[in-house]
Design a protein around this ligand. Structure first.
Ligand SMILES: Cc1ncc(COP(=O)(O)O)c(C=O)c1O
Length: 442
């Protein structure tokens, strides 16, 4: 059989993938029945009884005291930042390699965003660089369990506690990930998980805030859940002991926004959660097998915690691998990934575009005061910190990382074909370089 690369006109190793192998979320009649019960019942979608049941189940799954359902992760992050005390003139620290919602809501509160670099292995915040980026104005560190890989929570906790800074855990990628004996989502002072339709725990357009601290929980309710601050037709019970400073504002959300989770999502969430641990085991099995294949060639390092580290990747949202072109004769990531895709092996260069390069975080005058909001309250210029030169690992990572297929079911034969496809590509450096030269000269 000819071993000609599919990129150069040969036959691909992998035919079209069976969609069942990557389907997510897994929806059965049980999910459909739960959602349709809500839809069929007048006024049920905006009530909170099912959401409260889901919250209590999610809290016990995450090992925390409180969980609060929200309409999406972005809303949850806004209320968590406010709950942690972020206000005008403050700074929050965030990775640049993340989705904008990790830190963008800080701008609404009049705060600046200062980016810190990432650790090259975990791709999560590098604690030493966070320490370098702290200023007297730093109020909160927003850390992400990026692509499901837990951040260095011991290091972040030690730093935040020693400086009296809040720790916000953006767990939008890490549902079900473990950090030793603790679940991601229980590691910051407060945590937020997006549960939108593409996520590791996917129930439409929703999110969840989790915390052990009742004061933070109460502040989140006050910020965006006015229906829980007084007895109403949507909410027949007040939520716990309320902080005296919040009581006068009962009936109107302090954030001027409605963050309630709709109960179609809550109903779906309850069913999904019931089956979640078992489904994660299958994802883990399939993805570890794919990563073993990737790690068998020197030019790739899969993005997963070392075996025996006690860290896990939950649902493997956004699975990634790193490519080192120097270990494959200088073949570029673009060429290498194109060759893999031609063989039917999913490989897509890049991840989130780094936020520090976006004008939003530099130029936007949110409060229309004639000055970019990141500097409007007399901040020092952030030009020299929110730049490529100050975030070297972030910049390097963007050029070397690629997304791989997220298998949600294990199929030995299909995985074996991935091994064959990978070996076929890495064994033909000359053909890859020729193709690269020709495509560059076009
Ligand atoms: C890291 C991260 N944070 C926050 C969010 C925001 O969540 P949502 O889309 O539910 O508002 C997302 C999701 O897209 C995300 O990936």
């Amino acid at each position: 059989m000819s071993n000609r690369l599919a990129l150069c006109g040969g036959k691909p190793v992998i035919e079209a993938l069976d969609k069942e192998l990557t389907r997510w979320p897994i929806i059965t009649e049980e999910d459909v029945a739960a959602v349709s019960d809500v839809v069929r019942c007048d006024g049920k979608a905006s009530a909170t009884d099912i959401t409260r049941a889901f919250e209590s189940e999610w809290a016990s799954y995450n090992g925390v005291r409180f969980a609060l359902g929200v309409c999406n992760g972005t809303a949850g992050l806004a209320e968590a930042l406010w709950a942690l005390g972020v206000g005008a003139g403050d700074e929050v620290i965030s990775p640049s390699l993340t989705y904008w919602a990790t830190c963008a809501p800080a701008l609404q509160l009049g705060a600046s965003i200062r980016f810190a670099d990432i650790d090259p292995v975990s791709l999560c915040l590098d604690v030493a660089d966070v320490e370098r980026k702290l200023s007297p104005k730093t109020k909160v560190i927003c850390a992400v369990n990026y692509a499901g890989y837990p951040a260095d929570w011991d290091g972040l906790r030690a730093l935040a506690s020693s400086r009296g800074i809040g720790l916000l855990e953006d767990n939008s990628h890490g549902h079900g990930s473990m950090y030793g004996s603790r679940m991601c989502g229980s590691l910051g002072d407060i945590a937020v998980a997006s549960m939108m339709s593409s996520k590791g725990f996917a129930i439409g357009e929703a999110g969840m805030v989790t915390t052990d601290r009742e004061d933070l929980y109460q502040r989140c309710i006050a910020y965006g859940h006015y229906e829980r601050t007084f007895a109403s037709k949507y909410s027949d019970a007040l939520e716990g002991e309320r902080l005296p400073e919040l009581v006068p504002f009962s009936g109107i959300p302090i954030g001027g926004c409605k963050h309630r989770m709709n109960q179609m999502c809550s109903a779906l969430g309850r069913v999904q959660l019931k089956h979640y641990p078992e489904r994660l085991q299958e994802v883990d099995r399939a993805m570890n097998a794919l990563c073993d294949i990737l790690d068998s060639v020197p030019c790739i390092r899969s993005h997963r915690p070392p075996a025996g580290s006690g860290l896990t990747k939950g649902a493997w949202y956004f699975p990634l691998a790193r490519y080192d072109s120097s270990k494959l004769g200088g073949v570029s990531l673009a060429t290498f990934s194109a060759a893999l895709r031609a063989e039917g092996f999913g490989a897509y260069p890049g991840a989130n575009a780094p936020l520090h390069r976006h004008p939003y975080f530099r130029d936007l005058d949110y409060f229309r005061q004639g000055t970019p909001t990141v500097r409007v309250f007399g901040q020092e210029s952030l030009d020299d910190v929110n730049c490529d030169a100050m975030l070297p690992e972030t910049v390097k990572t963007i050029g070397t990382i690629f997304r791989i297929t997220r298998f949600t079911r294990y199929d030995k034969a299909v995985l074996e074909k991935h091994r064959v496809a990978l070996e076929k590509v890495v064994s033909q450096v000359d053909a890859l370089l020729d193709w690269q030269k020709n495509s560059n000269s076009k």
